[in-house]
Design a protein around this ligand. Structure first.
Ligand SMILES: Nc1ncnc2c1ncn2[C@@H]1O[C@H](COP(=O)(O)OP(=O)(O)O)[C@@H](O)[C@H]1O
Ligand SMILES: O=P(O)(O)OC[C@H]1O[C@](O)(COP(=O)(O)O)[C@@H](O)[C@@H]1O
Length: 310
């Protein structure tokens, strides 16, 4: 079974403003609300691609109820822990020429509620896949994902981590199957500016040397670079298309990669499916469907095995 964990889900409120002026009253031309949070988006796209999965995490208040309800309407299975105080965050995305995002802090999660999560995770069995994705509230330790991985060590799970900063660095020694920083996140991790594909490869490899099995670096409209555990480096550009809404592209890529790997055990195919899932989501208002992903895959050339290591 595939499980996603979203410690800090959200309702994503997307508002479209023609010319955003800071400090002024702006009027939007359109608004949308979607269930969000990285693991939740991964769950939705996996389901769209035909992979049953269960979304785990914490929800709170009326916004949490809405997340749970909309996931159900999309045909996704979830088993969230209800947090007593606060509300699930509302993340605001202002789409003008560029997109400006304000992601909330989220409710405080108590030790008792955390124990409930651990009890659930204790039920996972060998061969399961666990996707740990997204930020966590400030009140929680940056070792959280590493702690979860340590607790699950004996189960031989395939664990994917999509996180930033110390939350990500701390898991590397536990050898996650896949991590997916974007270029900006990779720059932040090493406090550098990455100007070329060689620079990206150099710093991506550092993450693999510390312990990640596969490092997938997403490069938005430029595609993605995969430093794989088979000692090969794969690159593919992204398909061209009309950018509609990039929120959830990275999460769609994670879902596409996992789905592609599960159906082929082939990194080239997994990368291609990851990229096309990311792009399909970027090219539509909603998250990628299987049909959209397959359509883009037919058009996209094969990924290049960019470098074969010794
Ligand atoms: N403007 C775009 N055109 C085509 N594909 C895109 C575009 N933006 C994102 N994608 C696709 O989605 C993937 C993830 O996007 P990216 O922005 O790098 O991730 P994140 O959302 O994590 O920052 C990219 O590798 C690409 O395949
Ligand atoms: O947990 P974080 O890092 O605050 O991110 C949460 C936000 O990221 C998203 O999951 C989208 O992420 P991507 O655009 O990277 O795929 C939104 O749904 C959500 O609002």
């Amino acid at each position: 079974m595939i499980y996603t964990l979203t410690v800090n889900p959200s309702l994503d409120y997307i508002t479209f403003v023609d010319h955003l002026i800071l400090g002024e009253v702006n009027r939007s031309t359109k608004e949308q609300i979607f269930p969000g949070g990285k693991g939740i988006n991964v769950s939705i796209v996996l389901k769209n691609l035909g992979f049953e999965n269960e979304a785990l995490g914490f929800i709170a208040g009326f916004t949490g109820k809405e997340v749970e309800k909309s996931l159900k309407e999309l045909g996704c299975v979830s088993d969230f822990i209800q947090v007593e105080k606060g509300i699930t965050r509302i993340n605001v995305k202002v789409k003008s020429k560029d997109i400006t995002e304000i992601n909330g802090q989220g409710p405080q999660i108590t030790q008792k509620e955390m124990e409930k999560l651990y009890k659930k995770l204790d039920q996972l069995v060998e061969g399961d896949i666990l996707i740990l994705a997204g930020n966590i509230p400030n009140s929680m330790p940056k070792s959280l994902y590493a702690d979860i991985m340590k607790r699950c060590t004996s189960k031989n799970l395939k664990i994917v981590v999509d996180a930033t900063g110390d939350l990500l660095i701390n898991v590397l020694k536990q050898h996650p199957f896949l991590i997916k920083p974007n270029k900006h996140e990779l720059e932040e991790l090493f406090n550098v500016t990455l100007k070329s594909i060689e620079d990206i490869e150099y710093y991506g490899k550092k993450l693999q040397q510390i312990g990640a099995q596969n490092v997938l670096i997403s490069l938005a409209e430029k595609g993605a670079l995969l430093i794989a555990e088979d000692q090969k480096i794969y690159y593919s550009k992204a398909p061209k298309g009309n950018l509609v809404n990039s929120v959830g592209s990275g999460d769609s890529m994670v879902a596409g990669f996992v789905a592609g790997f599960l159906e082929s055990e082939n990194y080239q195919h997994a990368l291609k499916m990851g990229i096309c899932a990311g792009s399909a989501s970027a090219f539509s208002e909603k998250l990628a469907t299987r049909e959209e992903v397959e359509h883009l895959m037919e058009k996209l050339e094969e990924c290049t095995v960019y470098k074969r290591e010794k």
